[in-house]
Ligand binder design. Structure first.
Ligand code: BGC
Ligand code: NOJ
Length: 798
């Protein structure tokens, strides 16, 4: 079982010791509006605000070799040419280490008595990456070495950068300063922004034209300038602009040299765009280099960044007897929640940063992972999302981060979407106690003049589902519910059209979803509870209406949604059952067991326990619970994309980690601690043993792990950006450890195996700081802590 790295919890890092990981293992830098993806070989790119329209570095998704493009430092030491991150030259190193930490990555390469350490981070308050490059001569003799930096610019729009060569190969423009190389393509016309790559001392040579630097037909692994020990001082005109500085260095024995590079982005006010005709106003770039461009300043910015993360993660810290659990809770799960919140589903090594905006449902769910960390940003996000709702309660399925406007290509019509606004808002208010958000005026479809309070938005969200029921009194699914691939009103046999947006039946949407039914009951109960808070002066008659709609839905589920051993998944367009023992394939699905279980529908009659037993019996495999079983073995036009995947992958029998927590929470609500714990451990990366099998980063959850019916069960995919992050956080913090934020305080109600014995949670909650020691005595039950600001240490026996 080959391993590629290990956790170093004391410094909150994952340490990669072999650069040839099965798939690039990446990290994210940035926590404001400048973000970077950086792999264990320094691959990746950065962007400001929007990964499609403000892409700064060019990156070749799907390239060969994989992970091509990044911030590369080349070293020439005698005849040996190498990179500290091993790639792109892949010269064998005497030592390699990559440490991915909270918002930074440190890569160390060593060869022939020379050590190069590069620290990459995005400082707070600066739209840039800082690269602190430290070269150390570890030998006994003087060394003369050369260092080249190298980045390749993306011509801003990541999509047209890959398409419109007849134009792009003629647009590239750069300027060269004495420490800074500027990328100003399209600045002459409608762009007020440019990028730059600067360094804190004058260089000995530079290149800005790619082919001049690399040499025709060469790859990044054989740059001709580096091998020749030169630079050409090339100035790009069109073609592919790059930025490379060269330094000729003399290193005394045992001595180090430190260079600070700043790779940044500048937006100028239109009136101060130029300093002379066609010459960009460089002052902001020079200021940015000045701000971070000494070792002391870079170190101070790095220390501030560390302080930021220490403060954030300090808001919830666990000490238990299970190191894998502590590691997940204290470090990586919270970190992944932050990254997922920032990126939504846009930019990862599985998401190109081009195709998808911010999902209405995704972004609402992501809130559950970060409301306790960055409540102000959560508040703004809720208001942004709500503003993409339509007056009839439907909503754009996605919106674009740069404009915050709804995405017309996809439009709306996903049956579950509106309910997630209730989910997100409830999570926010329970955490913060900030009821004032309900009074915020929010427009519809971002149209000025249409504003209503957020509370009104929630009401129409609820009504949108309550008033759109199908023949069995169950919610209409629309284009799809949470499962984007269950396309029951689509009927596509044309490979060139979208499963989600094709509409070819005149009667429109008729299929019904049990997943939405469960979601409706769960969120309806939450909504009624919210409306009943003293701070919300809701009309009692309206609250009764909500409760009645919820209760009618429960009845409908019990009457039409129970298959005997588990909850059905849906009724198709023709009113036939899906997810029933009567079906030949996919007799059972996970989503309805999870949601009806969390909604506790029919709990008193034993339905929830039965459904959870069935989930374990039919869906559980070594690596988690698969989405449906048995998976579809051929394409079924009536069901859509779900049946397009080979068995065991993605929504067709994959372990779709996002929905495992729903079952785990339902297990916890049913008081079944051992089942909850077992399911939780199976999908948690910290408990996964085989890094080679899993392939993707061992420190983050995946969207999908190949299921039992796949060729390689246990293989992970789509790491990082997934609702799994927020849902596993909610699961572990609220339902396993049992620290549940309530409107008036915390409720401690763990559901954790007895053998864990006791644990300690230090948790910031609004203006309170709790230090809770929880001893599991076996008596169970819960403990209520009314909110009061200040410090409180409590010992709780349950
Ligand atoms: C994926 C889904 C995703 C959808 C988005 C599908 O191909 O399988 O997971 O939600 O695309 O449109
Ligand atoms: C990923 C999408 O981002 C999410 O919105 C969807 O619910 C799941 N896939 C399941 O299809």
């Amino acid at each position: 079982m080959k391993q590629y790295g290990y956790f170093d919890d004391d410094v909150r890092e994952f340490v990669i010791t072999d650069p040839a990981t099965p798939w690039p293992w990446i990290n994210y830098l940035g926590c404001e509006d400048f973000f970077s993806l950086v792999s264990n070989t320094a691959g990746g790119y950065c962007f400001c605000k929007d990964a499609k329209f403000r892409r700064i570095l060019r990156y070749r998704y799907n390239g060969v070799p994989m992970d091509s493009g990044g911030r590369y430092y080349y070293i020439k030491d005698g005849d040996s040419v190498w990179n500290p991150g091993w790639k792109p030259c892949k010269t064998p190193l005497d030592r390699y280490e990559c440490r991915h930490g909270m918002g930074y990555t440190r890569i160390i390469g060593e060869k022939g008595g020379l050590r190069c350490e590069v620290l990459f981070f995005v400082p707070q308050g600066g739209r840039c990456e800082v690269h602190r490059v430290r070269l150390t001569n570890t030998g006994a003799a003087v060394k003369r070495v050369q260092l080249w930096s190298f980045v390749e610019w993306c011509l801003w729009n990541a999509s047209t950068d890959m398409e419109n060569f007849q134009r792009n190969l003629s647009t590239g423009e750069v300027e060269v300063g004495d420490r800074i190389l500027y990328h100003k393509t399209e600045y002459r016309e409608r762009r007020d922004h440019y990028a730059f790559f600067g360094v804190n001392r004058p260089f000995d040579g530079f290149d800005t034209d790619r082919e001049t630097f690399l040499g025709p037909y060469n790859g990044f692994d054989t740059p001709q300038q580096v091998f020749a020990g030169t630079s050409d001082n090339s100035v790009a005109h069109g073609w592919s602009p790059v930025a490379s500085h060269r330094f000729d260095l003399t290193l005394e024995a045992g001595k180090s040299e430190e260079l600070i590079f700043v790779l940044g982005y500048v937006e100028n006010p239109p009136e101060a765009k130029f300093s002379a005709l066609g010459i960009i106003n460089k002052a902001p770039a020079e200021e940015l280099l000045e701000a971070f461009g000494t070792p002391a300043k870079a170190d101070a910015a790095f220390a501030a960044l560390k302080g930021y993360w220490d403060g954030l993660l300090g808001r919830f810290q666990l000490e238990s007897a299970v190191p894998e659990l502590d590691r997940t809770v204290n470090i990586w799960n919270q970190y992944q929640c932050m990254v997922t919140f920032f990126m939504s589903r846009s930019a990862s090594y599985f998401e190109s940063g081009i195709g998808r905006g911010m999902g209405f449902r995704d972004s609402n769910q992501d809130l559950a992972g970060i409301v306790h960390l960055i409540p102000d940003r959560a508040r703004q996000r809720i208001l942004d999302i709500a503003a993409t709702q339509f007056p009839d309660g439907g909503c754009y399925h996605q919106y674009q981060p740069l404009t915050k406007r709804g995405n017309h290509d996809i439009g709306g019509g996903f049956g579950d979407d509106p309910l997630w606004l209730i989910f997100g808002t409830v999570a926010y208010i329970k955490e913060t106690g900030d009821f004032s958000i309900l009074e915020e005026k929010v427009p519809f479809d971002n149209q000025p003049g249409t504003e209503k309070t957020l509370l009104e938005h929630l009401k129409i969200s609820f009504a949108r589902v309550a008033d759109n029921l199908g023949p069995h009194g169950l919610p209409l699914i629309g284009r799809a519910d949470w499962n984007d691939c269950l396309n029951l009103n689509c009927f596509s046999d044309n490979p060139d059209e979208s499963f989600q947006t094709t509409e070819n039946k005149t009667e429109g949407s008729r299929a019904e979803s049990l997943m939405i039914a469960g979601l409706f009951v769960a969120e309806g109960k939450d909504f009624a509870e919210l409306l009943s808070q003293p701070a919300v002066s809701a009309d009692p008659a309206y609250v009764d209406e909500v409760r009645e709609a919820v209760s009618r839905m429960e009845t409908a589920v019990k009457q039409h949604g129970w298959d005997g051993e588990w909850f059905l998944r849906a009724y198709d367009y023709y009113g036939r059952k899906i997810g029933s023992s009567e079906n030949a394939e996919s007799k059972i699905f996970i989503e309805s067991q999870g949601w009806c279980g969390m909604a506790r529908i029919g709990a008193d009659e034993g339905l929830c326990d039965k459904a959870l037993d069935a989930a374990s019996k039919y869906l559980e495999c070594e690596y988690g619970l698969v989405l449906n079983a048995p998976a579809f073995s051929s394409y079924i036009k009536d069901y859509g994309e779900i049946s397009s995947y080979p068995q065991g992958y993605k929504e067709n029998g994959g372990i779709f980690c996002h929905n495992n927590p729903w079952v785990i929470i339902a297990e916890a609500m049913a008081g079944r601690a051992d089942d909850a714990w077992r399911h939780y451990c199976k999908i948690s990366p910290a408990f996964a043993k085989d890094q080679s099998l899993r392939k993707v980063e061992p420190y983050v959850f995946c969207q999908m792990v190949a299921g039992a019916e796949a060729a390689h069960p246990g293989e992970g995919k789509n790491s990082w950006l997934t609702g799994t992050a927020a849902w596993t956080w909610k699961t572990v913090s609220e339902f396993i450890l049992g620290i549940k934020p309530q409107y008036d305080g915390l409720l401690v109600e763990p559901c954790i195996p007895q053998h864990i014995g006791s644990y300690r949670v230090r948790r910031r909650f609004r203006e309170a700081e709790y230090d809770l020691t929880i001893r599991l005595t076996g008596k169970g039950g819960s403990f209520r802590i009314p909110y009061r600001p200040g410090f409180q240490a409590l010992e709780i026996e349950l």
